[in-house]
Design a protein around this ligand. Structure first.
Ligand code: PGA
Length: 225
């Protein structure tokens, strides 16, 4: 069985200096905690902060994996502004593909997302493929699915855990891939989602930006395991 994930998605937030402050705080806190073996913390920060975070995580032996928030659908070459999977594999082991904000603001299509997923998988990067409903199409190249109902993202209106669990169950049965839930998850509700039968991880945006709140989530999940 693949590990359950606690994914922090920083979106377009944090300078290198702010990332350093966050990782120092989280590092201190993690040293006082026993993380269950089946839980994996995945941090998806902006590209610019990846090298600093990677160095810090390796040096301090932190139980944190890094992920990219996006990956180019192309390989290397004349694609100005793109960051491709071969570049990313030096820094990350996971990549988010198809986040609703990529679909909405950057018009990423299902076809592009399939290429992104393939590029990542060929580079050995595990894809967390984001969808917003039970009927969504998921790339074969994905390892995890993240179910994120759009109305719940960034709104403070998280979806009812039983309803989220039932969508995750449908997706799991159809694709046989573990399914995470995302959408206004925070330190007060994370354990409720992790306690359901078919939610195999969490994708956290806003509440992951604050190191203290993020540590409270790690603690809540660890203590119920
Ligand atoms: P949120 O974002 O936790 O701020 O709702 C989740 C996401 O978009 O991944």
């Amino acid at each position: 069985m693949l590990p359950r994930l606690l994914v922090a998605n920083w979106k377009s937030n944090k300078t290198i200096e702010e990332a350093r402050v966050w990782i120092e705080f989280v590092s201190q806190h993690l040293s006082t905690l026993r993380l269950p073996d089946d839980i994996r913390i995945v941090l998806c920060p902006p590209f610019t902060t990846l090298p600093l975070l990677k160095d810090y995580i390796v040096r301090e032996h932190l139980p944190i994996a890094l992920g990219a928030q996006d990956v180019s659908p192309f390989g290397k070459g004349a694609y100005t502004g793109e960051v491709n999977a071969d570049m990313l594999k030096e820094l990350v082991t996971f990549a988010l593909v198809g986040h609703s904000e990529r679909r909405k603001y950057f018009q990423e299509t299902e076809e592009e997302l399939a290429f992104e997923s393939l590029q990542a998988r060929e580079a050995g990067i595990s894809v967390i493929y984001c969808v917003d409903n039970a009927d969504a199409v998921v790339s074969d190249a994905a390892e995890y699915i993240a179910y994120e109902p759009v109305a719940a993202i960034g709104s403070g209106q998280s979806e009812d855990p039983q309803k989220a669990n039932s969508v995750c169950e449908t997706l799991y049965k159809r694709y046989d891939k573990p399914v995470c839930y995302g959408g206004s998850v925070d330190e007060t509700n994370c354990a409720l989602y992790m306690n359901t039968a078919c939610i195999h991880g969490l994708l956290v945006g806003g509440a992951s930006l604050d190191a203290e709140r993020f540590c409270s989530m790690v603690e809540a999940i660890s203590s119920q395991a």
